[in-house]
Design a protein around this ligand. Structure first.
Ligand code: SF4
Ligand code: ZN
Ligand code: ZN
Length: 331
């Protein structure tokens, strides 16, 4: 196959675009996809300070690399989840990349910030690791962006991630989540200001036009030394299974993922926009993060603080949470 731009030997074919690319034109192609996404969804301006959530994997390092190449003020943020050797190696990859590129990286650790790791939290609460992990990441990314003065939080979600999330949201008709599934979520300010004010920073996903295979190829071709191994806790992650299902469809019919995801954004996402929870959003009385005020006479406490309190109580009492095994299939 030849490069669609220069007719030299192609190093990769992108079946959904029915095109092959040589190394340098593939890199240009990926950057062009990112630039197009930033513009189309009005994600940020050149003067904005961007905080990039990095995991040491191909997607987050690829988007950080692209944004640095494009001249943006892009700082990395690595959250150490305490998942044994996997966390050690993913942190090393992030630090190495920052050093090589002369970029700034902020590192925080769950253990140091809150006194637990993801595996401990799972054991103490009885919840699957990915659920506690996701909650912690959302909470810590927002907190770090606010505390360090960043206007925009960038994540490395790619097309495969987004389409798997969409598939899962549709399978379970999670209409509220469908209303919030977008490549750009504008900053949201709740409350009156001062202590009553609580903020969710703007969140953007500039890699949504890039498939997983393409972000891996970009990272390899750019010589980015990313961590290839998967998190050992990914086993049983439903998102993972949805990804596999969508990849099967994509192989049979190239373009399926993009068609489903961008079709949803264009034709259906607006129908779910008004799906807000019935309760008003107020600051958590413990930490100030946004949470819902239900009409049950209880003080509003966010999910993060509830989970943390449960974990601390169980730790003190030497208990573990009720195990949440997978439901046994009836025969
Ligand atoms: Fe966290 Fe689960 Fe991802 Fe591991 S696989 S990093 S536990 S969300
Ligand atoms: Zn070429
Ligand atoms: Zn809280």
């Amino acid at each position: 196959m030849k490069c669609k731009v220069c007719s030299e030997h192609a190093v990769i074919d992108v079946r959904r675009h029915n095109a092959g690319f040589c190394q340098s034109h593939f890199i240009d192609h990926i950057k062009a996809q990112v630039v197009k996404t930033i513009k189309e969804f009005k994600m940020f301006e050149p003067e904005d300070r961007l905080l990039i959530a990095v995991s040491g994997g191909k997607d987050s390092l690829a988007i950080w690399d692209i944004l640095l190449d494009l001249g943006y003020d892009a700082t990395g943020f690595y959250l150490d989840l305490g998942i044994g050797g996997y966390s050690t190696r993913s942190k090393e990859a992030s630090v190495r990349f920052a050093d090589e590129r002369g970029a700034k990286l902020i590192v925080r650790s769950l253990q140091q910030e809150h006194g637990f790791t993801v595996p401990e939290l799972s054991r103490l609460t009885g919840r699957v690791p990915c659920s506690g992990c996701g909650l912690n990441k959302r909470y810590e990314f927002n907190r770090a962006a606010l505390e360090e003065g960043f206007q925009v939080l960038v994540t490395g979600h790619n097309l495969d991630d987004e389409v798997a999330t969409l598939f899962g949201n549709v399978l379970h008709w999670q209409t509220e989540q469908l209303g919030r599934q977008a490549p750009m979520l504008e900053e949201r300010v709740f409350g009156e200001g001062g202590d009553a004010k609580t903020v969710l920073v703007r969140k953007v996903k500039p890699l949504v036009r890039v498939a997983e295979r393409e972000s891996a190829a970009y990272a390899v071709l750019k010589g980015i030394d990313y961590i290839v191994e998967e998190c050992p806790m990914v086993e049983g992650n439903t998102q993972h299974r949805y990804k596999e299902a969508m990849t099967m469809l994509e192989e049979a019919s190239p373009g399926t993922k993009a068609q489903l995801y961008f079709g949803f954004l264009k034709k259906a996402s607006h129908r779910f926009k008004e799906e807000e929870a019935d309760a008003p959003v107020v600051p958590c009385t413990s930490c100030g993060a946004p949470t819902l005020q239900w009409d049950d006479g209880k003080l509003p406490i966010c999910s993060f603080c509830k989970t943390k309190t449960l974990a601390e109580r169980n730790k003190l009492e030497g208990k573990t949470g009720a195990p949440q095994g997978r439901r046994r299939r009836r025969r």
